[in-house]
Design a protein around this ligand. Structure first.
Ligand SMILES: O=C(CO)COP(=O)(O)O
Length: 252
């Protein structure tokens, strides 16, 4: 049985003060509604302390959107795992398509961060997904295979419990275009079977695979009803309590 895992990736939104106010409102709303899913929010680095404070003792996980590939030293502008852990952050999103496309992150570079996060005892949400061109060119499975085998290289079977995969088709991110539940489920099924080949069927069965790309209150139920969709990584709709609450209570 896979517990639904709903996450909000705030991207480059929310100042520390706005994030604190939002987190307090979200916490109260989620508690009142009796939200019964695994919940996570990923604020920008500088907003993390205020949000972590506001969510202390709640069941909403605070994650980072990225992390350095080194533990400390002369890496201007980077944030080390120990700095996150010091704030109580034990989860990190890695390999988001915006990091891949705007900042040139490669599978090998992302893999270095995945291995470091695991070494540091952290949980990882590893993002994978194809562009429209790749999908239309019949390359969906090739792209997912490359990103999974590259991103998970040298991750040991016993470490896979710390990995969540987020399938985010690039063409569905922030565009209002959602993959149909059938298309998304097909991609998730492929990811699960690929992980079964890389590891084994038990690891694949237990793997949480989130869908991301224009998830909202109207489409979340149909997506989550699919066999292989275990959660959502929500961008735009995670920035307002009014929009995010129906998503974290989709099963109520
Ligand atoms: O990229 C996403 C989450 O990481 C999805 O963003 P949107 O929900 O805004 O499409």
């Amino acid at each position: 049985m896979r517990t639904p895992y709903i996450a909000g990736n705030w991207k480059m939104n929310m100042t520390p003060s706005a994030g604190k106010a939002f987190a307090e409102e979200l916490r109260a709303a989620a508690e009142k509604a009796g939200a019964d899913v695994k919940m996570m929010v990923a604020p920008p680095f500088v907003t993390i302390p205020a949000v972590a404070e506001a969510l202390k003792g709640s069941n909403i996980i605070v994650a980072a959107q990225n992390m350095a590939d080194h533990t400390s030293g002369a890496y201007t502008g980077e944030v080390a795992p120990a700095m996150l852990k010091d704030l109580g952050v034990n989860t990190v999103i890695l390999g988001h398509s915006e990091r891949r496309s705007y900042y040139g992150e490669t599978d090998a570079y992302i893999n270095g961060k995945v291995l470091l996060a695991i070494k540091e005892g952290m949980d990882v949400v590893l993002c994978v997904g194809e562009t429209l061109e790749e999908r239309e060119g019949g390359k969906l499975e090739e792209v997912l295979s490359t990103q999974l085998s590259g991103g998970l290289k040298d991750v040991k079977p016993e470490e896979m419990a710390h990995i969540t995969i987020a399938y985010e088709p690039v063409w569905a991110i922030g565009t209002g275009k959602t993959a149909t539940p059938e298309d998304a489920d097909g991609a998730h099924q492929f990811i699960r079977s690929f992980v079964a080949k890389m590891y084994d069927s038990t690891i694949a069965e237990n793997l949480i695979i989130q869908y991301g790309g224009s998830v909202n209150a109207s489409n979340v139920k149909a997506l989550m009803a699919k066999e292989n969709i275990d959660g959502a990584l929500v961008g735009g709709a995670s920035l307002s309590v009014e929009k995010f609450l129906p998503i974290i209570t989709f099963n109520k």
